[in-house]
Design a protein around this ligand. Structure first.
Ligand code: SF4
Length: 254
C-alpha cells in the first residue's frame, strides 16, 4: 500500500490482516480494541447516501478468499462469541444467540438483541416478533433459510431493555465480522438501535426507514422492528414496512 494511501484504506487493510491472523489463532491485538477503532461513529454519517445519490453500484463487498478460510473464520468467531463474557449481559443469559441462517445469503436482517424465547433457545427471532419476521420474509417470496438473521448484541438484556452503548460497543466486533463473512447484497436493519449502531447515526428510525444507506460498501435498508409493528399494528406502519421490503426485493434482483 503506498505511503500516501487514504487512512481509511490503511485501517481497512490492517483490520483485514488482523482478522485473518485471529482466524488462524494469532491474537496480536485485543479484538475489541481493534474493531472499536474501526466502528463507524456519528462522525461517519458523511458516508451515508440517499438512494438518489447511489447512481453507481457500490464495489462488491469484501469476501473471504476461499471456502476453507471462510469456514475457519466462522468457527473461530462463533466459538469466541459462545465463550464471551466481555460485557455485563453475560451474567444473566441462558444462551448466546449468535445468529443463524444461510451464510451465503444475499439478504441479512439485523435486530436489536435476544428476547426471552431467543435466550431460551439460542436462536434469533423465534418469539412473536420472529413469527412476524417470518411472515415478512415469506411475503417477499423467501424462506427463513434463504436469509441470515442476527442481532447487535448476542446476549439478552435483562427485561428486554435496550442494550447500553457500552454493551453494544463491546459486542460490535462479532457483528462486524459476521457481516464481513456474509458480504450480503442487502442488509435490513430492524428498528432504531440496530440502525443507529450499524450506520453510526443519531437520526430516528422514522426518518431513516425507507431510504438506502451504506454500511461499508453494503446497501442498508432501515425499517421498523417487528416488535414495534406488533405493538402498533396500523395500516400506515404495515404499508411502510411493505414499501421498504419491496425496495429490498428490487435491489436484490438488480
Ligand atoms: S452481549 Fe456480546 S459482548 Fe456482551 S457478553 Fe454477550 S457476546 Fe459478549
Amino acid at each position: 500500500m503506498p505511503d500516501d494511501a487514504p487512512i481509511e484504506n490503511v485501517r481497512a487493510a490492517i483490520a483485514q490482516r488482523l482478522r485473518h491472523e485471529r482466524a488462524l489463532g494469532i491474537e496480536t491485538v485485543a479484538p475489541v480494541a481493534l474493531e472499536r477503532r474501526a466502528a463507524p461513529t456519528a462522525a461517519s454519517e458523511s458516508i451515508l447516501y440517499d438512494d438518489v445519490e447511489l447512481k453507481e453500484a457500490p464495489a462488491a463487498p469484501e469476501a473471504p478468499v476461499n471456502a476453507e478460510d471462510k469456514a475457519a473464520r466462522w468457527a473461530a468467531l462463533e466459538a469466541r462469541a459462545q465463550a464471551c463474557a466481555a460485557c455485563a449481559l453475560h451474567r444473566e443469559r441462558q444462551t448466546v444467540v449468535f445468529g443463524e441462517g444461510n451464510r451465503d445469503a444475499q439478504l441479512v436482517f439485523v435486530g436489536e438483541g435476544p428476547g426471552e424465547q431467543e435466550d431460551k433457545t439460542g436462536r434469533p427471532f423465534v418469539g412473536p416478533a420472529g413469527q412476524l419476521l417470518d411472515k415478512i420474509i415469506g411475503a417477499i417470496g423467501l424462506k427463513r433459510d434463504d436469509v441470515y438473521i442476527c442481532n447487535i448484541v448476542k446476549c439478552r438484556p435483562p427485561g428486554n431493555r435496550t442494550p447500553a452503548d457500552e454493551e453494544v460497543a463491546l459486542c460490535r466486533p462479532f457483528l462486524d465480522e459476521q457481516l464481513a463473512l456474509l458480504a450480503p447484497k442487502v442488509i435490513v436493519t430492524l428498528g432504531a438501535p440496530a440502525t443507529k449502531t450499524l450506520l453510526g447515526t443519531t437520526q430516528g428510525i422514522t426518518s431513516l426507514r425507507g431510504h438506502w444507506r451504506l454500511y461499508k460498501n453494503i446497501r442498508v435498508m432501515p425499517t421498523f422492528h417487528p416488535a414495534f409493528l406488533l405493538r402498533q399494528y396500523t395500516d400506515a406502519n404495515r404499508r411502510a414496512v411493505w414499501s421498504d421490503m419491496k425496495q429490498v426485493v428490487e435491489k436484490i434482483k438488480e
